[in-house]
Ligand binder design. Structure first.
Ligand code: SAM
Ligand code: SF4
Length: 441
């Protein structure tokens, strides 16, 4: 049988990006190859996100477009995976009769089984159990993809924290760490393919291995990766402030490959709101962690996530968030308006903040941070730094793009260096979203 075309669209977080790569590999064994134009596809697979209402809406509008396509091309197969598939379950297939199969967050390995049923029996199917499969990656062959400079590696699934705004524990299940030998083997395979930078993924990487008595700790895992020949840089995300251990903080001064950047979601600067969010730390404890990190690693860049308009958030709470933002001087932040979700505890809170108040707070927070980011970026002007060349710049294909160890994007002239090389540059100009570098002559 000749090759078949796969259009794979990933919504949401880096974990979904990793899962999509695993799905692409599984489907390659079935002779599917990626295409960029959905109208050429034999199979459309949407790997979905439901963390807020907005990404969920994006999935529905994409489905609307693909429905029209399927009318013209009845043999087109449409499959849905990830958090929205998990959230909605079987009823999704009743609501959307043109969707052929559903794959839950822990059932990725069953995609070929569902496609077999469709091919041979014409049967639409779903695999959405969160229970049985402890390590959803254990059953998947790992076939590293051809040379890229960077790769994600998911080291744990699910979450046990139940922050009151968050759907993740309900759609990704309880926290389960992957066995460290599997992770190290995967990273060695990636290094052999030319990957130079690894980003370890988990909802709360700091608690890696805590539930498995024989497993190594997260810092020991970092130590193991440090020893892998060919890997030059290590990153991880996300760290939960309540579990950021002194040992992990010390790693930033100890492990030469660990990049000087941490994403440390704060969510709110108000103790009252943090408590209702069930975050497990206070604003003071958060600030203390930031101090400790900067003591061990003065050049570390710190980014965060913040939610505005959480139920019951008063003007004074929002001001406390702005205060922390000014105090910490984050390098950048991701900010969101609180969004009601199925299953979450905050959905039951009665004191919802009106939409226009949340919108105004979001704009104020973002304007404040834009100024801080630009100011922080300006610090780099005139300095020399090491950049990992990741590819050609999106805006200008005549130029290279890469990242510093502190996770700043740098665009710079030239296209002759190989992807994956480490280049020393002088930072000539800083902008709000990137830096401009020049060759050192
Ligand atoms: N595990 C990470 C942590 O503990 O910070 C975050 C994971 S969550 C998938 C990514 C971000 O989405 C969160 O940090 C939060 O800021 C945002 N988020 C999650 N649920 C939300 C909601 N209901 N409304 C608005 N933002 C939300
Ligand atoms: Fe969601 Fe909280 Fe778990 Fe992060 S730590 S995934 S915000 S429940």
């Amino acid at each position: 049988m000749g090759p078949k075309n796969l259009y794979l669209h990933t919504f949401g977080c880096q974990m979904n990006v990793y899962d999509s790569e695993r799905i692409r590999q599984l489907l390659a064994s079935r002779n599917y190859r990626l295409v960029e134009d959905p109208s050429e596809a034999d199979l459309i697979f949407l790997n979905t996100c439901s963390v807020r209402a907005k990404p969920e809406q994006k999935v529905y509008s994409a489905l609307g477009r693909f429905r029209a396509l399927k009318k013209r091309k009845p043999n087109l197969i449409i499959g849905l995976g990830g958090c929205l598939a998990q959230q909605e379950g079987e009823r999704f297939l009743q609501r959307f009769p043109y969707v052929d199969f559903l794959l839950g967050t822990k059932e990725l390995g069953r995609i070929n089984e569902l496609l077999d049923d469709l091919d041979t029996l014409g049967k639409r199917g779903w695999a959405i159990s969160l229970d049985g499969r402890i390590d959803p990656y254990a059953s998947l062959p790992f076939l590293p993809s051809p040379s890229r400079a960077t790769a994600f590696v998911t080291i744990m699934q699910g979450c046990d924290n139940f922050c009151s705004f968050c759907i993740v524990p309900f759609v990704r299940g309880r926290e389960v760490s992957r066995p460290s030998p599997d992770i190290l083997e995967e990273i060695r395979a990636l290094a052999a393919q030319g990957v130079k930078e690894i980003t370890l993924l988990g909802q709360n990487v700091n608690s890696y291995g805590n539930k498995a008595p024989d497993e190594i700790s997260f810092t020991e895992l970092l130590g193991g990766i440090q020893e892998i020949h060919g890997i030059e840089r290590i990153r991880f995300t996300t760290s939960h402030p309540k579990d950021l251990s002194p040992e992990l903080i010390r790693s930033f001064g100890r492990l030469s490959k660990l990049c000087e950047h941490i994403h440390l979601p704060l969510q709110s600067g108000s103790n009252r709101v943090l408590k209702r969010m069930n975050r497990g730390y206070s604003r003071e404890e958060y600030l203390e962690r930031v101090n400790e990190l900067r003591k061990v690693c003065p050049q570390i860049s710190i980014t965060t996530d913040l939610i505005v308009g959480f139920p019951g958030e008063e003007e004074a709470d929002f001001q406390s968030t702005l205060d922390v933002v000014e105090q910490v001087q984050f390098d950048d932040l991701f900010s969101f308006k609180y969004s009601d979700r199925p299953y979450i505890r905050a959905a039951e809170f009665q004191d919802k903040v009106p939409g226009e108040v949340s919108r105004r707070r979001l704009m104020e927070l973002q304007a404040r941070q834009r100024r801080i980011t630009l100011k922080r970026n300006k610090i780099w002007e005139g300095r020399e730094d090491e950049v990992l060349l990741e590819g050609r710049s999106k805006e200008n294909p005549e130029e290279n793009t890469g990242r510093t160890r502190t996770n700043h994007i740098v665009n710079f002239p030239g296209t002759d260096d190989a992807i994956g090389s480490l280049v020393r540059l002088r930072i000539e100009r800083a902008f709000a979203h990137s830096l401009r570098g020049g060759r050192i002559v």
